[in-house]
Design a protein around this ligand. Structure first.
Ligand code: FE2
Length: 296
């Protein structure tokens, strides 16, 4: 019998990794700011219902008219992030953000960004009501789609959201999809995670993805730069990831990475630095071969 799997420091049932639940109603993290703001919660429920309906009917991301308050929040956070990106993001990300014309003045429409990605790397964005269970999430990625949220965090805490929102998705995940190696890397992980019936393999793929796509650092011309979405979308994580003495930064060694647990609810203290995106793509291919998975 297989040993129990550990995720976020807790023992988990391996079946959860391959047969995830699907929440049909908005469930928010208890730490979400704005829980007692009735207008905010009504807006969240409205966006949840519409994006879920579009996802289940395989439609494009709906167009939202963002309110002046939402627009102000976007302007505030995206401007502060942009200053940090110019200094610390990797070149691939900066080029992609410019080419996608993501601006600090207007909240972008995911549908427009999706059209552009489709033309560049044959990937697209899938409207998502919230963070989807890992396996469901990667089933979309296997089909070259990336699930994105379209709601914004509560304005009382512009720098904090316990669950991914559209600032995280749009400024963290979307731009790297303009890069061919990145698009192929994530598609391969998606296909492998959606194919395997082994919960431990799903967990290992999830960790590979966490320490690259979500919280990866990368070498660039002798400097360490940021490319993980969780870092790029957080004004706290960018300096923390590069300069904090509390953080260990080790070379990306796949065998170590896939056996390293993490806790998504705290600032990250354990990061890995990849030499390049083609390296990560090759490492993911080798891992999938080692698992014996047939993915085209
Ligand atoms: Fe993310």
């Amino acid at each position: 019998m297989k040993e129990a799997l550990i995720q976020y420091g807790q023992v988990i049932d391996p079946r959860m990794m391959v047969a995830p639940p699907d929440a049909a109603e908005l469930e928010v993290d208890p730490k979400t700011p704005g829980l007692d703001d009735a207008d905010y919660m009504a807006r969240r429920r409205g966006i949840f219902d519409l994006t879920r309906q579009h996802r289940l009917n395989r439609l494009e991301p709906p167009v939202f008219e963002y309110t002046p308050e939402e627009t102000r929040l976007w302007q505030d956070v995206s401007t502060r992030l942009d200053e940090l990106h110019q200094k610390h993001a990797c070149g691939m990300y900066l080029r992609a953000k410019r080419d996608l014309a993501i601006m600090t003045s207007v909240v972008p429409q995911m549908g427009h960004l999706s059209e552009r990605l489709r033309a560049e790397t044959q990937t697209h964005l899938v409207p998502a009501e919230g963070s989807l269970p890992y396996r469901t999430f990667y089933e979309y990625i296997a089909e070259r789609g990336f699930p994105v949220t379209q709601f914004l965090r509560h304005p009382s805490h512009p720098e904090f959201t316990p669950e991914p929102d559209m600032i995280h998705d749009c400024l963290g995940h979307v731009p790297p999809f303009m890069d061919r190696d990145y698009a192929e890397l994530i598609t391969l992980i998606g296909k492998a995670a959606a194919t395997t019936t082994d919960g431990e393999q799903v967990l290992m793929l999830k960790r590979f993805s966490w320490f690259s796509i979500e919280f990866g650092l990368i070498e660039e011309a002798g400097e360490t730069k940021v490319f993980g979405a969780g870092i790029l979308s957080s004004t706290g994580e960018i300096p923390n990831s590069l300069f904090s003495r509390e953080v260990t930064r080790r070379p990306f060694v796949t065998e170590v990475v896939v056996n390293t647990d993490y806790d998504p609810t705290y600032m990250q203290t354990n990061l890995f630095v990849a030499p390049s995106l083609p390296f990560l793509r090759q490492e993911a291919e080798a891992l999938v071969r080692r698992f014996g998975l047939q993915v085209g």
